[in-house]
Design a protein around this ligand. Structure first.
Ligand SMILES: [Zn+2]
Ligand SMILES: [Zn+2]
Ligand SMILES: [Zn+2]
Length: 477
Protein backbone atom coordinates (compact mmCIF):
# COMPACT_ATOMS: atom_id res chain seq x y z
CA UNK A 1 0.00 0.00 0.00
CA UNK A 2 2.74 2.33 1.07
CA UNK A 3 4.77 1.64 -2.12
CA UNK A 4 1.75 2.21 -4.26
CA UNK A 5 1.20 5.49 -2.52
CA UNK A 6 4.85 6.53 -3.08
CA UNK A 7 4.70 5.52 -6.73
CA UNK A 8 1.47 7.49 -7.08
CA UNK A 9 3.06 10.60 -5.50
CA UNK A 10 6.17 10.27 -7.72
CA UNK A 11 4.02 9.80 -10.80
CA UNK A 12 1.96 12.82 -9.85
CA UNK A 13 5.10 14.85 -9.19
CA UNK A 14 6.68 13.84 -12.51
CA UNK A 15 3.41 14.52 -14.29
CA UNK A 16 3.21 17.91 -12.61
CA UNK A 17 6.80 18.84 -13.58
CA UNK A 18 6.15 17.72 -17.15
CA UNK A 19 2.96 19.74 -17.30
CA UNK A 20 4.83 22.76 -15.93
CA UNK A 21 7.59 22.29 -18.52
CA UNK A 22 5.05 22.06 -21.31
CA UNK A 23 3.29 25.11 -19.95
CA UNK A 24 6.57 27.07 -19.73
CA UNK A 25 7.52 25.96 -23.23
CA UNK A 26 4.11 26.88 -24.53
CA UNK A 27 4.21 30.22 -22.77
CA UNK A 28 7.69 30.89 -24.05
CA UNK A 29 6.43 30.05 -27.51
CA UNK A 30 3.46 32.39 -27.35
CA UNK A 31 4.98 35.44 -25.61
CA UNK A 32 6.00 37.86 -28.37
CA UNK A 33 9.68 37.57 -29.02
CA UNK A 34 9.98 35.33 -26.08
CA UNK A 35 13.57 34.31 -25.96
CA UNK A 36 13.81 33.89 -22.34
CA UNK A 37 12.82 37.62 -21.73
CA UNK A 38 10.04 40.00 -22.65
CA UNK A 39 11.31 42.59 -25.20
CA UNK A 40 11.29 46.13 -24.11
CA UNK A 41 11.52 48.43 -27.15
CA UNK A 42 12.85 51.59 -25.63
CA UNK A 43 15.81 52.72 -27.70
CA UNK A 44 14.84 55.00 -30.60
CA UNK A 45 16.86 54.16 -33.69
CA UNK A 46 15.15 56.37 -36.26
CA UNK A 47 11.86 57.91 -37.25
CA UNK A 48 10.20 59.66 -40.15
CA UNK A 49 6.73 61.04 -40.77
CA UNK A 50 5.18 57.56 -41.12
CA UNK A 51 6.89 55.36 -38.53
CA UNK A 52 9.52 54.97 -35.90
CA UNK A 53 12.00 52.14 -35.31
CA UNK A 54 12.71 51.11 -31.72
CA UNK A 55 15.16 48.53 -30.37
CA UNK A 56 15.17 46.23 -27.38
CA UNK A 57 18.38 45.76 -25.31
CA UNK A 58 18.78 42.39 -26.99
CA UNK A 59 19.12 44.07 -30.36
CA UNK A 60 15.69 43.17 -31.67
CA UNK A 61 14.12 46.01 -33.66
CA UNK A 62 10.51 46.90 -34.03
CA UNK A 63 9.06 49.18 -36.70
CA UNK A 64 5.72 50.70 -35.80
CA UNK A 65 3.34 53.52 -36.61
CA UNK A 66 3.44 56.54 -34.35
CA UNK A 67 1.21 56.58 -31.30
CA UNK A 68 -0.11 60.12 -31.12
CA UNK A 69 -1.36 61.41 -27.82
CA UNK A 70 -3.81 64.19 -27.04
CA UNK A 71 -3.55 67.22 -29.33
CA UNK A 72 -2.44 70.55 -27.98
CA UNK A 73 -3.67 73.86 -29.43
CA UNK A 74 -0.92 75.50 -31.38
CA UNK A 75 -3.03 78.32 -32.79
CA UNK A 76 -6.51 79.05 -31.56
CA UNK A 77 -9.40 78.88 -34.01
CA UNK A 78 -11.24 82.19 -34.21
CA UNK A 79 -14.40 83.48 -35.87
CA UNK A 80 -12.21 84.52 -38.78
CA UNK A 81 -10.07 81.47 -39.42
CA UNK A 82 -9.34 77.94 -38.29
CA UNK A 83 -6.54 77.07 -35.90
CA UNK A 84 -3.93 74.31 -35.64
CA UNK A 85 -3.57 71.46 -33.16
CA UNK A 86 -0.28 69.66 -32.60
CA UNK A 87 -0.04 65.90 -31.90
CA UNK A 88 3.27 64.48 -30.63
CA UNK A 89 4.13 60.73 -30.75
CA UNK A 90 4.34 59.16 -27.31
CA UNK A 91 7.42 57.18 -28.30
CA UNK A 92 9.43 59.52 -30.52
CA UNK A 93 9.71 63.23 -31.20
CA UNK A 94 7.71 63.10 -34.43
CA UNK A 95 4.57 65.24 -34.50
CA UNK A 96 1.73 66.06 -36.88
CA UNK A 97 -0.31 69.24 -37.25
CA UNK A 98 -4.03 69.23 -37.87
CA UNK A 99 -6.15 72.18 -38.89
CA UNK A 100 -9.25 72.95 -36.90
CA UNK A 101 -12.39 74.67 -38.18
CA UNK A 102 -13.10 78.30 -37.40
CA UNK A 103 -15.53 78.80 -34.56
CA UNK A 104 -19.00 80.34 -34.51
CA UNK A 105 -18.09 82.21 -31.36
CA UNK A 106 -16.72 85.74 -31.32
CA UNK A 107 -14.11 86.76 -28.82
CA UNK A 108 -15.58 89.93 -27.41
CA UNK A 109 -13.58 92.37 -25.38
CA UNK A 110 -15.29 95.57 -24.30
CA UNK A 111 -18.10 94.64 -26.66
CA UNK A 112 -15.94 94.25 -29.77
CA UNK A 113 -14.69 91.00 -31.28
CA UNK A 114 -10.91 90.94 -31.23
CA UNK A 115 -10.83 89.21 -34.60
CA UNK A 116 -13.68 90.34 -36.83
CA UNK A 117 -14.49 93.57 -35.00
CA UNK A 118 -18.14 92.65 -34.73
CA UNK A 119 -19.71 94.75 -32.03
CA UNK A 120 -22.43 93.64 -29.61
CA UNK A 121 -25.65 95.68 -29.75
CA UNK A 122 -25.26 99.02 -28.01
CA UNK A 123 -27.97 100.04 -25.58
CA UNK A 124 -30.59 102.36 -27.10
CA UNK A 125 -30.00 104.79 -24.23
CA UNK A 126 -26.87 106.03 -26.01
CA UNK A 127 -28.73 107.20 -29.11
CA UNK A 128 -31.23 109.80 -30.09
CA UNK A 129 -33.66 108.77 -32.82
CA UNK A 130 -35.42 111.11 -35.22
CA UNK A 131 -38.42 109.93 -37.22
CA UNK A 132 -37.92 110.67 -40.91
CA UNK A 133 -40.63 111.43 -43.45
CA UNK A 134 -40.46 107.94 -44.91
CA UNK A 135 -41.25 106.42 -41.50
CA UNK A 136 -37.71 105.23 -40.82
CA UNK A 137 -35.32 106.62 -38.24
CA UNK A 138 -32.16 108.61 -38.27
CA UNK A 139 -29.75 108.24 -35.38
CA UNK A 140 -27.34 110.48 -33.47
CA UNK A 141 -25.42 110.26 -30.23
CA UNK A 142 -27.10 111.15 -26.97
CA UNK A 143 -24.87 113.31 -24.83
CA UNK A 144 -23.95 111.20 -21.83
CA UNK A 145 -20.85 111.52 -19.72
CA UNK A 146 -19.37 108.07 -20.29
CA UNK A 147 -20.03 107.05 -23.86
CA UNK A 148 -19.25 103.42 -24.83
CA UNK A 149 -15.95 102.87 -26.62
CA UNK A 150 -17.35 100.52 -29.24
CA UNK A 151 -20.74 101.20 -30.69
CA UNK A 152 -23.05 99.37 -33.01
CA UNK A 153 -25.58 101.59 -34.74
CA UNK A 154 -28.98 99.93 -34.17
CA UNK A 155 -30.70 98.39 -37.19
CA UNK A 156 -34.14 99.33 -36.00
CA UNK A 157 -36.00 101.37 -33.44
CA UNK A 158 -39.58 100.83 -32.34
CA UNK A 159 -39.97 98.25 -35.09
CA UNK A 160 -38.86 100.65 -37.86
CA UNK A 161 -35.52 100.48 -39.64
CA UNK A 162 -32.76 102.95 -38.84
CA UNK A 163 -31.64 104.17 -42.26
CA UNK A 164 -29.52 107.25 -41.59
CA UNK A 165 -26.95 108.84 -39.35
CA UNK A 166 -27.89 112.47 -38.70
CA UNK A 167 -25.75 115.41 -39.82
CA UNK A 168 -22.96 115.88 -37.30
CA UNK A 169 -24.57 112.93 -35.51
CA UNK A 170 -21.46 111.79 -33.66
CA UNK A 171 -19.21 114.78 -34.36
CA UNK A 172 -16.55 115.51 -31.81
CA UNK A 173 -17.20 112.37 -29.74
CA UNK A 174 -13.76 111.64 -28.32
CA UNK A 175 -14.84 108.40 -26.55
CA UNK A 176 -15.64 106.28 -29.58
CA UNK A 177 -12.99 103.81 -30.64
CA UNK A 178 -14.90 101.80 -33.21
CA UNK A 179 -18.19 101.93 -35.01
CA UNK A 180 -20.20 99.21 -36.71
CA UNK A 181 -22.68 100.56 -39.24
CA UNK A 182 -25.22 97.86 -40.17
CA UNK A 183 -26.48 97.10 -43.66
CA UNK A 184 -29.87 98.68 -42.90
CA UNK A 185 -28.21 102.07 -43.05
CA UNK A 186 -28.35 103.94 -46.34
CA UNK A 187 -27.16 107.42 -45.54
CA UNK A 188 -24.43 108.95 -43.48
CA UNK A 189 -24.95 112.63 -42.67
CA UNK A 190 -22.56 115.47 -43.41
CA UNK A 191 -19.79 115.65 -40.80
CA UNK A 192 -21.24 112.59 -39.04
CA UNK A 193 -18.01 111.56 -37.32
CA UNK A 194 -15.95 114.70 -37.88
CA UNK A 195 -13.12 115.06 -35.39
CA UNK A 196 -13.82 111.85 -33.46
CA UNK A 197 -10.19 111.96 -32.43
CA UNK A 198 -10.02 108.46 -30.95
CA UNK A 199 -11.97 106.66 -33.63
CA UNK A 200 -9.69 103.91 -35.00
CA UNK A 201 -11.90 101.55 -36.89
CA UNK A 202 -15.11 101.84 -38.83
CA UNK A 203 -17.20 99.35 -40.72
CA UNK A 204 -19.70 100.84 -43.15
CA UNK A 205 -22.78 98.84 -44.13
CA UNK A 206 -23.37 97.44 -47.58
CA UNK A 207 -26.06 99.91 -48.63
CA UNK A 208 -24.19 103.19 -48.32
CA UNK A 209 -23.56 104.86 -51.68
CA UNK A 210 -21.76 108.01 -50.62
CA UNK A 211 -19.44 109.14 -47.87
CA UNK A 212 -20.42 112.76 -47.45
CA UNK A 213 -18.38 115.90 -46.86
CA UNK A 214 -16.29 115.90 -43.69
CA UNK A 215 -17.81 112.56 -42.60
CA UNK A 216 -14.56 111.27 -41.08
CA UNK A 217 -12.40 114.37 -41.48
CA UNK A 218 -9.84 115.05 -38.77
CA UNK A 219 -10.34 111.58 -37.25
CA UNK A 220 -6.67 111.70 -36.53
CA UNK A 221 -6.45 108.17 -35.12
CA UNK A 222 -8.47 106.44 -37.80
CA UNK A 223 -6.50 103.38 -38.92
CA UNK A 224 -8.83 101.23 -40.87
CA UNK A 225 -12.04 101.60 -42.74
CA UNK A 226 -14.11 98.89 -44.34
CA UNK A 227 -15.94 100.40 -47.28
CA UNK A 228 -18.99 98.79 -48.83
CA UNK A 229 -19.13 97.44 -52.36
CA UNK A 230 -22.01 99.80 -53.02
CA UNK A 231 -19.98 102.96 -52.55
CA UNK A 232 -19.96 105.34 -55.51
CA UNK A 233 -18.54 108.57 -54.18
CA UNK A 234 -16.28 109.92 -51.48
CA UNK A 235 -17.10 113.59 -51.07
CA UNK A 236 -14.96 116.59 -50.14
CA UNK A 237 -12.82 116.35 -47.00
CA UNK A 238 -14.36 112.96 -46.15
CA UNK A 239 -11.03 111.64 -44.81
CA UNK A 240 -8.83 114.75 -44.83
CA UNK A 241 -6.35 114.96 -41.99
CA UNK A 242 -6.79 111.31 -41.01
CA UNK A 243 -3.15 111.43 -40.05
CA UNK A 244 -2.50 107.72 -39.49
CA UNK A 245 -4.86 106.14 -42.00
CA UNK A 246 -2.41 103.87 -43.78
CA UNK A 247 -4.41 101.56 -45.97
CA UNK A 248 -7.60 102.10 -47.88
CA UNK A 249 -9.18 99.54 -50.18
CA UNK A 250 -11.47 101.44 -52.45
CA UNK A 251 -14.42 99.38 -53.72
CA UNK A 252 -14.79 98.69 -57.43
CA UNK A 253 -18.09 100.61 -57.51
CA UNK A 254 -16.36 103.91 -56.69
CA UNK A 255 -16.33 106.60 -59.39
CA UNK A 256 -15.71 109.92 -57.64
CA UNK A 257 -13.20 111.28 -55.13
CA UNK A 258 -13.99 114.81 -53.98
CA UNK A 259 -12.01 117.91 -53.06
CA UNK A 260 -9.33 117.16 -50.46
CA UNK A 261 -11.02 113.84 -49.68
CA UNK A 262 -7.72 112.26 -48.58
CA UNK A 263 -5.62 115.42 -48.23
CA UNK A 264 -2.93 115.28 -45.61
CA UNK A 265 -3.37 111.55 -44.90
CA UNK A 266 0.28 111.39 -43.95
CA UNK A 267 0.58 107.61 -43.59
CA UNK A 268 -1.02 106.42 -46.82
CA UNK A 269 1.61 104.47 -48.73
CA UNK A 270 -0.04 102.78 -51.66
CA UNK A 271 -3.24 103.58 -53.50
CA UNK A 272 -4.00 100.91 -56.04
CA UNK A 273 -7.24 102.11 -57.57
CA UNK A 274 -6.97 100.04 -60.74
CA UNK A 275 -10.08 97.99 -59.94
CA UNK A 276 -12.36 100.99 -59.45
CA UNK A 277 -14.56 102.87 -61.92
CA UNK A 278 -13.07 106.20 -60.90
CA UNK A 279 -13.47 108.99 -63.40
CA UNK A 280 -12.83 112.07 -61.29
CA UNK A 281 -10.29 113.24 -58.77
CA UNK A 282 -11.27 116.68 -57.63
CA UNK A 283 -8.91 119.40 -56.46
CA UNK A 284 -6.35 118.38 -53.84
CA UNK A 285 -7.83 114.87 -53.57
CA UNK A 286 -4.53 113.43 -52.29
CA UNK A 287 -2.71 116.70 -51.55
CA UNK A 288 0.34 116.36 -49.28
CA UNK A 289 0.05 112.62 -48.67
CA UNK A 290 3.74 112.71 -47.87
CA UNK A 291 4.29 108.94 -47.53
CA UNK A 292 2.39 107.97 -50.64
CA UNK A 293 4.81 106.04 -52.87
CA UNK A 294 2.67 104.33 -55.45
CA UNK A 295 -0.52 105.37 -57.15
CA UNK A 296 -2.24 103.17 -59.71
CA UNK A 297 -5.05 104.94 -61.50
CA UNK A 298 -7.70 103.09 -63.51
CA UNK A 299 -8.02 103.76 -67.23
CA UNK A 300 -11.49 105.20 -66.62
CA UNK A 301 -10.12 108.44 -65.16
CA UNK A 302 -10.81 111.52 -67.29
CA UNK A 303 -10.34 114.33 -64.77
CA UNK A 304 -7.48 114.96 -62.37
CA UNK A 305 -8.06 118.26 -60.60
CA UNK A 306 -5.76 121.06 -59.48
CA UNK A 307 -3.13 119.92 -56.97
CA UNK A 308 -4.71 116.46 -56.89
CA UNK A 309 -1.39 114.78 -56.03
CA UNK A 310 0.85 117.79 -55.39
CA UNK A 311 3.25 117.76 -52.45
CA UNK A 312 3.18 113.95 -52.41
CA UNK A 313 6.90 114.18 -51.84
CA UNK A 314 7.50 110.40 -51.63
CA UNK A 315 5.52 109.51 -54.73
CA UNK A 316 7.72 107.42 -57.03
CA UNK A 317 5.27 105.63 -59.28
CA UNK A 318 2.15 106.99 -60.92
CA UNK A 319 0.45 106.40 -64.23
CA UNK A 320 -1.47 108.78 -66.43
CA UNK A 321 -4.71 107.12 -67.60
CA UNK A 322 -4.94 106.76 -71.35
CA UNK A 323 -8.32 108.51 -71.62
CA UNK A 324 -7.39 111.50 -69.46
CA UNK A 325 -8.92 114.77 -70.64
CA UNK A 326 -8.01 117.22 -67.92
CA UNK A 327 -4.82 117.41 -65.87
CA UNK A 328 -5.21 120.31 -63.47
CA UNK A 329 -2.73 123.01 -62.50
CA UNK A 330 0.00 121.71 -60.18
CA UNK A 331 -1.54 118.22 -60.35
CA UNK A 332 1.80 116.56 -59.55
CA UNK A 333 3.82 119.62 -58.48
CA UNK A 334 6.69 118.94 -56.13
CA UNK A 335 6.44 115.14 -56.37
CA UNK A 336 10.21 115.17 -56.03
CA UNK A 337 10.67 111.41 -56.29
CA UNK A 338 8.38 110.76 -59.22
CA UNK A 339 10.38 108.63 -61.62
CA UNK A 340 7.76 106.91 -63.75
CA UNK A 341 7.87 107.42 -67.48
CA UNK A 342 5.02 109.82 -68.00
CA UNK A 343 3.01 109.37 -71.18
CA UNK A 344 0.48 112.13 -71.73
CA UNK A 345 -2.27 110.85 -74.04
CA UNK A 346 -3.68 112.69 -77.04
CA UNK A 347 -7.06 112.84 -75.29
CA UNK A 348 -5.81 115.60 -73.00
CA UNK A 349 -7.49 118.89 -73.76
CA UNK A 350 -6.03 120.81 -70.81
CA UNK A 351 -2.53 120.27 -69.45
CA UNK A 352 -2.31 122.50 -66.41
CA UNK A 353 0.22 125.10 -65.33
CA UNK A 354 3.00 123.70 -63.16
CA UNK A 355 1.47 120.24 -63.67
CA UNK A 356 4.84 118.53 -63.05
CA UNK A 357 6.88 121.48 -61.72
CA UNK A 358 9.72 120.54 -59.37
CA UNK A 359 9.42 116.81 -60.09
CA UNK A 360 13.19 116.72 -59.85
CA UNK A 361 13.50 112.97 -60.56
CA UNK A 362 11.29 112.96 -63.62
CA UNK A 363 13.46 112.03 -66.60
CA UNK A 364 11.18 110.90 -69.38
CA UNK A 365 7.95 112.37 -70.65
CA UNK A 366 5.98 111.91 -73.85
CA UNK A 367 3.81 114.86 -74.82
CA UNK A 368 0.43 114.51 -76.52
CA UNK A 369 1.20 114.31 -80.24
CA UNK A 370 -1.45 116.96 -80.94
CA UNK A 371 -0.52 119.50 -78.25
CA UNK A 372 -0.90 123.16 -79.30
CA UNK A 373 -0.26 125.19 -76.15
CA UNK A 374 2.00 124.45 -73.22
CA UNK A 375 0.87 126.35 -70.13
CA UNK A 376 3.41 128.15 -67.98
CA UNK A 377 5.92 126.28 -65.87
CA UNK A 378 4.60 122.78 -66.65
CA UNK A 379 8.04 121.22 -66.23
CA UNK A 380 9.81 124.05 -64.35
CA UNK A 381 12.68 122.76 -62.22
CA UNK A 382 12.41 119.20 -63.51
CA UNK A 383 16.18 119.07 -63.25
CA UNK A 384 16.45 115.45 -64.52
CA UNK A 385 14.13 115.88 -67.48
CA UNK A 386 15.34 115.32 -70.99
CA UNK A 387 12.99 117.67 -72.79
CA UNK A 388 10.78 115.42 -74.94
CA UNK A 389 10.10 115.61 -78.63
CA UNK A 390 8.03 118.73 -79.22
CA UNK A 391 5.25 117.80 -81.67
CA UNK A 392 4.79 119.63 -84.96
CA UNK A 393 1.42 120.88 -83.71
CA UNK A 394 2.94 122.98 -80.93
CA UNK A 395 2.31 126.71 -81.38
CA UNK A 396 2.87 128.32 -77.98
CA UNK A 397 5.29 127.55 -75.19
CA UNK A 398 4.47 129.77 -72.23
CA UNK A 399 6.56 131.22 -69.42
CA UNK A 400 9.16 128.97 -67.79
CA UNK A 401 7.86 125.68 -69.23
CA UNK A 402 11.28 123.96 -69.32
CA UNK A 403 13.11 126.27 -66.91
CA UNK A 404 16.07 124.44 -65.35
CA UNK A 405 15.42 121.11 -67.08
CA UNK A 406 18.26 118.71 -67.80
CA UNK A 407 18.64 118.52 -71.56
CA UNK A 408 17.44 120.46 -74.58
CA UNK A 409 15.32 118.72 -77.24
CA UNK A 410 16.95 117.83 -80.53
CA UNK A 411 14.46 119.86 -82.58
CA UNK A 412 12.27 122.91 -82.20
CA UNK A 413 9.18 122.51 -84.38
CA UNK A 414 8.59 125.05 -87.13
CA UNK A 415 4.97 125.27 -85.98
CA UNK A 416 6.07 127.43 -83.02
CA UNK A 417 4.76 131.02 -83.06
CA UNK A 418 5.80 132.12 -79.58
CA UNK A 419 8.09 131.05 -76.75
CA UNK A 420 7.55 132.73 -73.39
CA UNK A 421 10.01 134.26 -70.92
CA UNK A 422 12.54 131.85 -69.41
CA UNK A 423 10.97 128.90 -71.27
CA UNK A 424 14.36 127.15 -71.73
CA UNK A 425 16.33 129.17 -69.20
CA UNK A 426 19.18 127.40 -67.43
CA UNK A 427 18.77 124.03 -69.14
CA UNK A 428 21.85 122.10 -68.04
CA UNK A 429 22.71 120.42 -71.34
CA UNK A 430 22.05 122.90 -74.07
CA UNK A 431 24.11 122.90 -77.30
CA UNK A 432 22.74 122.67 -80.81
CA UNK A 433 19.04 122.53 -81.48
CA UNK A 434 17.86 121.89 -85.02
CA UNK A 435 15.16 124.02 -86.57
CA UNK A 436 13.61 123.01 -89.85
CA UNK A 437 13.19 126.57 -91.08
CA UNK A 438 15.35 129.51 -92.10
CA UNK A 439 16.98 132.00 -89.74
CA UNK A 440 14.36 134.52 -90.72
CA UNK A 441 11.59 132.01 -89.96
CA UNK A 442 13.07 131.62 -86.50
CA UNK A 443 13.44 135.39 -86.08
CA UNK A 444 9.72 135.70 -86.69
CA UNK A 445 8.92 133.50 -83.70
CA UNK A 446 7.83 135.76 -80.86
CA UNK A 447 10.41 135.24 -78.12
CA UNK A 448 10.06 136.44 -74.52
CA UNK A 449 12.96 137.62 -72.38
CA UNK A 450 15.79 135.28 -71.39
CA UNK A 451 14.20 132.35 -73.23
CA UNK A 452 17.54 130.54 -73.55
CA UNK A 453 19.81 132.59 -71.27
CA UNK A 454 22.40 130.76 -69.25
CA UNK A 455 22.57 128.04 -71.89
CA UNK A 456 24.84 127.55 -74.87
CA UNK A 457 21.92 126.98 -77.16
CA UNK A 458 22.64 127.36 -80.84
CA UNK A 459 19.66 127.17 -83.17
CA UNK A 460 20.76 125.40 -86.32
CA UNK A 461 18.48 126.67 -89.07
CA UNK A 462 18.44 125.49 -92.69
CA UNK A 463 20.46 128.51 -93.80
CA UNK A 464 22.61 129.38 -90.78
CA UNK A 465 22.93 129.41 -87.00
CA UNK A 466 21.61 131.66 -84.25
CA UNK A 467 23.45 131.80 -80.93
CA UNK A 468 20.23 131.95 -79.02
CA UNK A 469 21.67 131.20 -75.59
CA UNK A 470 24.21 133.99 -75.54
CA UNK A 471 21.98 136.65 -76.86
CA UNK A 472 18.41 135.58 -76.49
CA UNK A 473 17.11 139.04 -75.56
CA UNK A 474 18.41 140.37 -78.85
CA UNK A 475 16.48 137.71 -80.69
CA UNK A 476 13.16 139.20 -79.73
CA UNK A 477 10.99 139.50 -82.72
ZN1 LIG B 1 14.69 41.77 -26.35
ZN1 LIG C 1 6.78 57.72 -33.05
ZN1 LIG D 1 -15.60 87.73 -34.38
Amino acid sequence: MKDKKIVGIIAAAVGGVLLLLVAVLLLDFFIPGGNGHTHDFKELLSYDNEKHILACKCGKKEEAEHEYGEGEVLTEATCQKGGTDKYVCKLCPNFKLENTDKTDEHSYDEGICLYCKDIVPTDEMYFEFTLLEDGTYSVAQKKVSLYPRNIRIPESYKGKPVTAISESGFEDNSRIYSVYIPDSLKEIGYSAFYECVNLEYIRIGENVKSIPRFAFGACRNLKEIIMPDTLESIEAYAFSNCLILYKVDLPSSLNFIGHSAFANCKQLETMDMSDTKLTTFEESAFYACIRLQTVVLPETVTFIGTKAFSECTSLEQANIPTALQYLGDSAFENCKKLESKIVLPDTISYLGKRAFASCTNLAEVTLPSNIVVMQENIFRNCSSLVIPVLPETLVEIHYGVFYNCYKMPEYLPVSLKSIGNYAFYDVENAGDVKYDGTTSDFMSVELGISVFSDTDTVIVCTDGEIEAGKNSDAAIG
